[in-house]
Design a protein around this ligand. Structure first.
Ligand code: ARG
Length: 287
């Protein structure tokens, strides 16, 4: 007969439960209605200003994402869209918010630059400690928190100097990664955070060194197909159990369900014309 103390039994059971069961974390996010959404300039390969966009379809599709988040119990905050800033709907680029601190976005292209101060002022109004940025960076488009670590990308939009700045501002470990495929110009188009330990990514979007870092850190990662990445399937938002993602990313959805996540599909085809999906429309606010 083996003697186990009550404490031992409890900790064993909790340990088992933890690995077997996924748990939804409460989420607070910031979104921006696509009132002024259109494609009037070209700053990524997805954008074709000569092709028409349908603002009312964009609004309907965006609403389906918003409604999904409400249904999942998220606290969804809204920032007022500003005329003349058609990409403001991609709230992920509006900053990086963690530990009650809001780090300002400083956009590469002039077309989006006014969004940085607009988002920062809004976040300050919500009570976040607002920090102006010196270095070029595109917020949560290129900075993703996985557990305690910040994965940070450069190559197309954010400068690697911003990785140092983020490390200083948040006092956290920052892992620098280099993006090499212009279609996956922000980190959140090439890599998805599913929970504190799990990511999914498209290896070919990263240079050799970055790929080696990801393989070493995340041996259990889900490797996305080129097809799923090409519909911005990796541009998803997860609360650790529920994954809100592009309807069109079939293989990834099956893989996520097999791993025990509950997937919720949305069709954001109109917002894809600007080069953004679910995650791009979502800025996480962490107190
Ligand atoms: N048209 C926008 C741009 O090129 C799309 C931004 C997508 N956002 C994102 N987090 N990936 O800047």
């Amino acid at each position: 007969m083996t003697l186990t103390t009550p404490q031992d039994t409890t900790s064993t059971r909790e340990g088992e439960q933890h690995s077997a069961t996924k748990k939804a974390q409460p989420k607070t996010v910031l979104m921006c209605r696509p009132d002024y959404f259109t494609v009037s300039y070209r700053i990524n390969p997805w954008m074709f200003p000569e092709n028409p966009t349908d603002q009312s379809l964009a609004a309907t599709q965006w609403q389906s994402l918003y409604d999904t988040y409400l249904r999942l119990g998220f606290d969804v905050q809204l920032i007022d869209p500003l005329p003349g800033l058609p990409d403001m709907v991609y709230a992920a680029n509006g900053g990086f918010v963690l530990d009650g601190i809001a780090y300002e976005a400083k956009f590469r292209y002039p077309e989006r630059q006014p969004e940085g101060p607009a988002y920062l002022a809004h976040l300050a109004g919500l009570g976040f400690d607002a920090r102006e940025a010196v270095e070029k960076n595109e917020g949560e488009g290129d900075f993703l928190l996985v557990g305690d670590v910040i994965l940070a990308a450069h190559g197309f939009r954010s400068e690697s100097d911003s990785h140092r700045e983020v490390a200083e501002v948040f006092g956290r470990d920052v892992v620098s990664l280099k993006l090499i495929n212009p279609s996956f110009y922000h980190l959140d188009t090439a890599l998805a955070v599913l929970d504190d330990e799990t990511i999914a990514y498209l290896p070919s979007a990263f240079d050799d060194q970055s790929r080696a870092i990801l393989e070493e850190r995340y041996p259990e990662a889900i490797i996305a197909t080129e097809e799923d990445a090409a519909v911005l399937g990796l541009n998803l938002f997860s609360d650790g159990l529920n994954v809100v993602m592009a309807e069109q990313a079939h293989t990834l959805r099956v893989e996520l369900e097999a791993r025990g996540y509950n997937t919720h599909s949305v069709d954001l085809s109109e917002l894809l014309l600007g080069g953004g999906g679910v995650k791009c429309c979502t800025l996480e606010l962490r107190k």
